[in-house]
Design a binder for this molecule. Structure first.
Ligand code: SAM
Length: 285
């Protein structure tokens, strides 16, 4: 192995659409390849030209920026794809990896369908950084984006993930954190939860415990900044809860979700709130 550090690749990259990850806080997390591709790109498609402009200024790169979000008209994507046939074109988001709870899915899909070379330039991603430090099982995980700000939709979304035997990873906002933790505590009082906050930044922290304890902590110390919320997989003991589906289905034939949850809770000793959320979900199927 050579002791020489790699340097920024020189030469112009091949034409294509380069999906370039950018830092999620610490600017030193930009990769050498990202700098080379951004420096060579004929166009950089981005969510917010001011945010990307700042990053480029920091890197000493002057480039043509094209605003692109999920509401951009198809012509904008078509122009970017046409350009990518003949030159390197980059897609970045405000922070982290494009397409991960960020725009770009349509552009990538259409570029691939058009036969354009689509190239990954990987780097920071908050979900992966959170998973890497949370101390929760990382062999199987499910990234589920942002939870809904609405109570009922949030509960239903969580209940729908009850049977997943993997660590669950969400993006969360500081003002909504406590409510989400309370909803998780109601469903899964025994699961280990982690809150990874301000990753790669000055006030980075990762706190784990039960959802109820974390909710109490953040009620007393309102959090600031950006958050990844992680929920450990169900323990073996939680498994019988999955059998409740059959009982709930049977009870739902004659009863509404509330009554059905009550009946099954009495019969099994399973938490009524969890059963109610699951009953709502089963009813919607
Ligand atoms: N595409 C980005 C990525 O790869 O991480 C995520 C974009 S999503 C719109 C923004 C959310 O990511 C934030 O609301 C927060 O939940 C999470 N996030 C971004 N940066 C973070 C950081 N430094 N620490 C913790 N969470 C972060």
């Amino acid at each position: 192995m050579t002791s020489e550090l790699p340097s920024i690749p020189s030469g112009t990259p091949e034409p294509g659409l380069y999906i370039v990850a950018t830092p999620i806080g610490n600017l030193a997390d930009i990769t050498l390849r990202a700098i080379a591709v951004l420096g060579a790109a004929a166009v950089i498609a981005c969510e917010d030209t001011r945010v990307t402009g700042k990053l480029l200024k920091h890197l000493g790169i002057k480039a043509k920026l094209q605003r692109l979000d999920d509401h951009a008209p198809p012509q904008v994507r078509a122009r970017i794809i046409d350009e990518a046939r003949v030159s390197p074109v980059a897609l970045v988001s405000d922070a982290g990896t494009p397409l991960i709870s960020d725009p770009g899915y349509r552009l990538v899909r259409e570029a691939r369908a058009a036969g354009v070379n689509v190239v990954a330039v990987p780097g920071a991603c908050a979900a992966i950084a959170g998973l890497a430090i949370a101390g929760l099982p990382s062999d199987r995980f499910l990234f589920a984006g942002f939870l809904s700000p609405k109570d009922k939709a949030r509960e239903e979304a969580l209940a729908g993930l009850a049977g997943i035997t993997a660590t669950l990873v969400f993006y969360e906002t500081a003002p909504r954190l406590e409510k989400s933790l309370r909803a998780i505590a109601a469903l899964w009082p025994a699961r280990e939860v982690a809150v990874a906050r301000e990753l790669t930044k000055l006030h980075e922290e990762c706190r784990s415990g039960s959802a109820a304890d974390l909710a109490d902590h953040y009620a007393a110390h309102p959090p600031k900044g950006e958050i990844v919320l992680l929920i450990g997989p169900p323990a073996e003991a939680e498994a019988p809860a999955l059998d409740a589906d059959a009982l709930l289905r049977a009870a739902l034939v004659d009863a509404g979700p509330g009554k059905a949850a009550g009946i099954v809770a009495k019969a099994t000793g399973i938490d009524r709130a969890a059963l109610y959320a699951r009953a709502l979900e089963l009813k919607g199927e």
